[in-house]
Design a protein around this ligand. Structure first.
Ligand code: KIV
Length: 277
């Protein structure tokens, strides 16, 4: 449990059929909690854009945003493997830019791998980054960076042509050198089929129970949002309600002057006080 998780660990877990656990984190405190809980992989996802920065998509997230947050996460992690998402347009323009930006994410943060979205059309970028010595995780299915092309956030690979393309993309990414592949919003049987076809680990989010591992956005799992959560999310806690209750109690206690009490306050000698008065 205490040994650091590496690409070799992930390959071994796939070979031995040991489920891989992955969660997102975006800052030092949460990364520390998630790492202490014993998670195998931490993804600093570009979902950062929605979850932390308040954008309505992941498209505005920059490499600088990612560097800032991945650095904070790495400071809180001692065991898990940290994967840094490559944001929109950081690897789509040219192979050179893809390698340069992946290099920045590794050199400037302490991350152990990068993740990028897309299929066969990005096999060249994957190969170039891997050839530069950087481990890469792929991402197929619902790829939020291409939301406008996909026409919305919906389940992918439901018809024969789309499912066949996804299988072909998965094999192309494996061939290009990814050591793991995220499958997002994919029908369970397709998640299973791709998992069976690949030698590298699949990590599902809304891709059924047969993937080699599972990933969720930590804020979703903890119930930090009051609003709608996708069907594939299981809320293991309802922190929004708990945090809200705690904050309301604080506000009430300050207003009625019951906080701070003597146990939260500092004293001084009567003598000094007398002089001041
Ligand atoms: O950005 C992200 O959090 C992700 C996960 C949803 C897999 O890519």
């Amino acid at each position: 449990m205490s040994e650091k998780v590496t690409t070799a660990t992930i390959r071994k877990m796939k070979a031995e059929g040991t489920p891989i656990t992955m969660l997102t984190a975006y800052d030092y405190s949460m990364a520390k909690i998630v790492d202490d809980a014993g998670i195998d992989m931490i993804l600093v996802g570009d979902s950062l854009g929605n979850v932390v920065l308040g954008y309505d998509s992941t498209l505005p997230v920059t490499v600088d945003d990612m560097v800032h947050h991945v650095r904070a996460v790495c400071r809180g992690v001692s065991r898990a493997m940290v994967v840094a998402d490559m944001p929109f347009m950081s690897y789509q323009v040219s192979l050179e830019e893809a390698v340069r930006n992946a290099g920045r994410l590794m050199k400037e943060t302490g991350a152990h791998a990068v993740k990028l979205e897309g299929g066969r059309e990005f096999a060249g970028a994957v190969r170039a980054i891997v050839n530069a010595g950087i481990p890469v995780v792929g991402h197929l299915g619902l790829t939020p960076q291409y939301v406008h092309q996909l026409g919305g956030y919906r389940v992918q690979g439901k018809d024969t042509a789309a499912a066949e393309k996804m299988i072909d993309d998965a094999l192309a990414l494996e061939e290009a050198g990814v050591f793991a592949l995220v499958l997002e919003c994919v029908p369970s049987p397709l998640g299973r089929l791709i998992t069976e076809k690949l030698r590298v680990a699949t990590i599902g989010i809304g891709a059924g129970p047969h993937c080699d591992g599972q990933v969720l956005v930590v804020n979703d799992l903890l119930g930090l949002y009051p609003g709608h959560t996708p069907r594939f999310v299981k809320k293991y806690a309802n922190l929004h309600e708990q945090v809200n209750g705690a904050l309301k109690q604080y506000i009430d206690e300050v207003r009625e002057r019951s906080f701070p009490g003597p146990e939260h306050s500092f004293t001084m000698s009567e003598e000094v006080l007398k002089k001041l008065y």
